[in-house]
Design a protein around this ligand. Structure first.
Ligand SMILES: Nc1nc2c(ncn2[C@@H]2O[C@H](COP(=O)(O)OP(=O)(O)OP(=O)(O)O)[C@@H](O)[C@H]2O)c(=O)[nH]1
Ligand SMILES: [Mg+2]
Length: 224
């Protein structure tokens, strides 16, 4: 991925909000930070809610991605419902060093489908921390393969095994999301992301006011 501006002016604008959800400590913020800023921090700081924005070029399209980094602890169920109601797609993260976190992602997926009242929701399941040394590598490999089959075949979602630490497959998560969104909405062939102008973290106030505006639009039936 490059930071260079494109010489050709994009002809269309696309704007998507993607919620990053999953249990606490699985690496949701680390994925966002690696994807947008190319950084990884070993310290763990619990998220309340953060909104980030990245602008990319995808063929002739200027693509703005709003990444809503949610709290795994879900102390505020209202915030989780708002994230579900206002997002176009979902990245559900679990950790390869915590097998029970896949169960939590399973429940979260059910909640999203129930709240959205449809099974046509763009979801990518991410098995993060692929770099963590496994006590039993063969067993872990087998369980990631099973989880990937559940996600792809049973649920018809995307699945990516990634590491926010090394950066491996982090871009693929968002390429996969775009592939699903383009299937749903319009035909975009190339999914090679190229950073166009800038990325930025929105302030919490900006992010909440944006969420409320989007929610209002949705209630008025202007968006899907
Ligand atoms: N080894 C390894 N550690 C990771 C990876 N991703 C995140 N971590 C570490 O896991 C811890 C939690 O990461 P966060 O990104 O803060 O987790 P989170 O899911 O955002 O957690 P909440 O905000 O509480 O929901 C931090 O210490 C990270 O450094 C990874 O791919 N590999
Ligand atoms: Mg976080």
């Amino acid at each position: 991925m490059s930071n260079r501006s494109s010489s050709a002016e994009p002809k269309t604008n696309d704007h998507y909000r993607i919620a990053i959800m999953g249990p606490a400590g699985v690496g949701k913020s680390a994925i966002v930070n690696q994807f947008l800023y190319g950084k990884f921090q070993t310290d763990y700081k619990e998220t309340v809610v953060d909104m980030h924005r990245g602008v990319f070029q995808l063929g002739d399209t200027k693509l703005t991605l709003e990444l809503l980094d949610t709290a795994g602890a879900y102390t505020f169920p209202g915030m989780r419902r708002l994230a579900i109601a206002t997002s176009d797609a979902f990245v559900l993260v679990y950790s390869q060093d915590k097998p029970e976190s896949f169960e939590e992602v399973t429940k979260l997926r059910e909640l999203i489908l129930a709240e959205r009242d449809t099974d046509r929701v763009s979801i990518v399941i991410v098995a993060n921390k692929a770099d963590c040394p496994a006590r039993n590598r063969t067993k872990r490999q087998a369980s990631v393969e099973t989880e990937s089959a559940i996600a792809n075949i049973d649920w018809n979602h995307g699945f990516v095994s990634a590491s926010a630490k090394t950066g491996i497959n982090v871009v693929s998560i968002f390429e996969e999301i775009l592939r699903l969104l383009s299937k749903e909405e319009h035909d975009v062939n190339a999914v090679l992301l190229r950073r166009l102008v800038f990325h930025s973290a929105l302030t919490r106030k900006e992010s909440i006011s944006r969420s409320l505006k989007l929610k209002r639009r949705r209630l008025l039936g202007r968006s899907k």
